[in-house]
Design a protein around this ligand. Structure first.
Ligand code: HEC
Length: 133
């Protein structure tokens, strides 16, 4: 009897955990069209070009995410959770899959430090334009 109760609890716990992961996975992608663009300046235009060249293939147009990588508009990427140094580290060294199920992020080849700085400016400006902070 105890074993049956225990198994039932296990099933419920698994369902709850699974439900949570599914929610997270869905939140990891936003429709690019629904993302508000920040007010563009010449510097942000340059920054967007770097973002588009190096990050958009996985993190999506307008940081909206794709099936290969998460959207930066998810609260997980709020500056309080993932500060700018986390972005520098991810670009230079890649990142092990730990928040989602997209797999590991490889290090970004050939990107320079000034380009990484610009990319972060574009991501933060987009996050701000969409009320993340
Ligand atoms: C080949 C696909 C790919 C490209 C290109 C890519 N990323 Fe990622 N990135 C991922 C995936 C997948 C994750 C999620 C890892 C996880 O599960 O947490 C990720 C996670 C991250 C994280 C979170 C790391 C952490 O510590 O949790 C940051 C920051 C990030 N990417 C920044 C960038 C930036 C900036 C660029 C462009 C310069 C970029 N990524 C390009 C796939 C990519």
């Amino acid at each position: 009897m105890k074993l049956i109760l225990f198994s039932a609890c296990l099933v419920v716990a698994t369902m709850v955990a699974f439900g949570r992961f599914t929610d997270l996975a869905q939140a990891a992608e936003t429709s690019p069209g629904s993302v508000k663009a920040p007010e563009m300046t010449p510097q942000l235009n340059l920054a967007k070009m770097s973002y588009d060249a190096y990050c958009a293939s996985c993190h999506g147009q307008n940081t909206a995410g794709t099936e290969k990588g998460p959207s930066f508009l998810h609260r997980v990427y709020h500056p309080g959770h993932h500060g700018d140094t986390a972005f520098v580290r991810a670009a230079k060294q890649g990142a092990r899959a730990h928040h989602w199920q997209f797999g590991d992020m490889p290090a970004v080849k050939d990107i320079t430090d000034p380009q990484i700085e610009l990319v972060i400016k574009y991501i933060r400006a987009t996050q701000r334009a969409n009320g993340l902070f």
